[in-house]
Ligand binder design. Structure first.
Ligand code: G
Ligand code: G
Ligand code: MN
Ligand code: NA
Length: 251
């Protein structure tokens, strides 16, 4: 529990920050969307990954206040970007709990900052939706009605069938990095990519492929009709200043 106490103090001490990873349009090479990712700049431990502290924050419920901070900070950063560049923020299932009106929170952030709702995407994981909580589906519908886009993150790691996609209130599918990493070795992944992209186009969903690390993976992914590509070979998560420098001459 020392870690939990640490997290609360860290929030108060302003030790959390966001880094930003651009997502590129594979045809034009321009940046269309930017994923915001939490980092904890710990005075003793150094930079701590969200893979370590997000599960703790989820368990303790602190993810609600931390997640709201992340959405507001990302939205404020996006105000400085060109108007065709959106921002994408990860959200956890607990942020949809009934004592925490995420729809009202997002609406208030958009209202007070003036960011057009279309420029905000919220990423939810397949496992969050597979819990099939009707209240989460309801909230997603309200967010979409407001103009906010919803991305299904880590697609391919859960158990959802392709036909299940048709029922979800989503705009974007983010294909998990395990697909990118196996693409040059596996015929099966190729077949799956073909099936997923075909269906997504029929359903009117955009597709982003994440985790592209090598030139070979990039070349293979370019064969598919994608709306966004993301990965270390293109750009790593970076500070808002570094991102601004990139999008100024890439947009
Ligand atoms: O950035 P990195 O690869 O270390 O992220 C690890 C995990 O933490 C990923 O699953 C990512 O979605 C999650 N994560 C990063 N930033 C946030 C955030 O602001 N909110 C939530 N809920 N999860 C985040
Ligand atoms: O679960 P989610 O997709 O939100 O996780 C995003 C995480 O993936 C970020 O923490 C980011 O640091 C990481 N990431 C981004 N690009 C790459 C990549 O090319 N390879 C790997 N292994 N991780 C990546
Ligand atoms: Mn994500
Ligand atoms: Na993902």
């Amino acid at each position: 529990l020392a870690f939990e106490v640490d997290l609360r103090d860290a929030m108060r001490a302003g030790q959390f920050q966001l880094v930003y990873q651009p997502i590129y349009n594979p045809r034009s090479g321009s940046v269309t969307l930017v994923e915001a990712l939490l980092r904890w700049d710990h005075p003793q431990r150094g930079v701590v990954s969200p893979a370590t502290f997000v599960p703790v924050a989820e368990r303790t419920g602190l993810i609600k206040v931390l997640g709201t901070w992340a959405i507001e900070t990302a939205v404020r950063a996006a105000l400085a970007w060109p108007r065709n560049v959106g921002v994408s923020v990860n959200v956890s299932a607990r942020q949809f709990e009934s004592d925490h009106d995420l729809v009202a929170i997002v609406a208030a952030i958009l209202r007070k900052t003036g960011l057009p709702p279309r420029r905000l995407t919220l990423e939810i994981t397949e496992s969050t939706l597979i819990e099939d909580a009707p209240h989460i589906i309801e909230s997603l519908k309200k967010l979409r009605a407001m103009g906010v886009r919803i991305a299904l993150d880590d697609f391919g790691t859960g158990y959802s069938s392709l036909s299940y996609l048709a029922k979800l209130p989503i705009d974007i599918i983010k294909i998990d990095k395990t697909f990118s990493h196996e693409i040059d070795s596996s015929v099966k992944v190729n077949a799956l990519m073909t099936a997923i992209t075909d269906l997504a186009h029929k359903l009117g969903l955009s597709i982003i492929v994440e985790g592209i690390e090598t030139a070979a993976q990039l070349a293979v992914m370019r064969r598919f009709s994608l709306h966004g590509i993301q990965g270390f070979i293109l750009a790593k998560p970076m500070s808002d200043e570094a991102l601004l420098a990139i999008i100024k001459d890439r947009v």
